[in-house]
Design a protein around this ligand. Structure first.
Ligand SMILES: NC(=O)c1ccc[n+]([C@@H]2O[C@H](COP(=O)([O-])OP(=O)(O)OC[C@H]3O[C@@H](n4cnc5c(N)ncnc54)[C@H](OP(=O)(O)O)[C@@H]3O)[C@@H](O)[C@H]2O)c1
Length: 275
């Protein structure tokens, strides 16, 4: 991702200095006209805007610590995936150490970066964002989603929740189909129909969640419980792991037992808090 960010910045003609922990991995950035820095502090000292993108928070902390005093007065945009709590803690620490930090959640893969499909959410200090918005726009579609530093990471976590449960569903469906002698190639064209059903459902559920109203006018929790039970039974009878389906079924049955059987499936959003 670091290389993709540099490609986008250089394509927009922004002077860019690069540093990477392991030397020698910057051939492409340097060929694009980026300047090399020998240390993290050296890279930070070179510009008012510092874009940090490494594996995880531990790595990001290590780089920020190594940059040390050079960070004073700078604005760091941390494009490393971290949790909302960590983004908030990092903003507090940055304030104490004399620099500003914005958290950025990159929502799309490397090939999209630098084009309109590249989507980056940024949260934290609004003035710092306004100062550097022009540069950040080189990365793609960039939105400031709030002054709470954890907000970009919170959007990221919610969307990854959707992504991973969806990916798990597809993997499980492939295993179930295989157990019944259906190949991936046979199933795929029908699975491709699902994304066409989802957009209205996404908007409808989002509105219902915001209004805390879940009428069972299209489908009900009682019906969802029956459907899930049937799929879980089929998968189990074929010797497949059904732990995720069982968890979804248990949650749905609890809602039905609590009297929500006639409500719409979106009503589950009200029942997921375990506090
Ligand atoms: N790739 C994507 O499509 C994508 C999409 C959205 C968001 N993101 C996010 O962007 C971030 C980077 O993604 P990536 O795909 O580039 O991941 P990656 O390949 O795991 O990142 C490797 C980078 O992190 C550095 N690094 C790892 N540990 C370090 C440490 N302890 N100290 C200093 N540097 C360290 C590596 O340096 P060395 O070369 O020295 O190992 C390398 O520059 C992640 O937080 C990821 O979640 C990525």
């Amino acid at each position: 991702m670091g290389r993709a960010l540099v490609r986008a910045l250089r394509a927009a003609d922004h002077p860019t200095t690069v540093w990477n922990r392991t030397p020698g991995r910057d051939a492409e950035p340097l060929a694009l006209g980026a300047r090399p820095a020998a240390t993290a502090a050296g890279a930070v000292a070179d510009a008012p805007l510092v874009l940090l993108c490494v594996r995880d928070r531990t790595a990001a902390r290590a780089v920020l610590d190594a940059a040390g005093e050079a960070l004073r007065g700078r604005t760091v945009v941390n494009a490393t995936s971290i949790t909302p709590e960590d983004a908030r803690a990092d903003a507090v620490e940055a304030g104490a150490r004399g620099y500003r930090i914005l958290d950025a959640a990159i929502l799309t893969p490397t090939p999209t970066i630098g084009g309109p499909g590249g989507t980056v959410l940024v949260s934290g200090d609004a003035a710092a964002f306004a100062e550097h918005e022009h540069t950040l726009r080189a990365l793609g579609t960039v939105r400031h989603v709030g002054t709470d530093p954890g907000r970009a990471a919170a959007f990221d976590a919610a969307l990854l929740d959707l992504f991973w449960t969806t990916v798990h569903g597809w993997v499980h469906a492939l295993a179930l189909a295989r157990a019944e002698g259906i190949s991936g190639a046979e199933l795929a064209p029908y699975a491709q129909g699902l994304p066409r059903i989802l957009p209205p459902l996404i908007d409808d559920f989002a509105r219902r969640a915001d209004e805390h109203r879940h009428p069972g006018d299209h489908s009900t929790l009682a019906s969802a419980a029956a459907g899930l039970a049937h799929v879980a039974h089929t998968a189990r009878s074929r010797g497949l792991d059904t732990s995720v389906l069982d968890a979804a079924l248990a949650l749905t049955r609890r809602a039905v037992d609590a009297g929500h059987g006639p409500d719409g499936v979106s009503a589950l959003v009200e029942r997921l808090s375990v506090r």
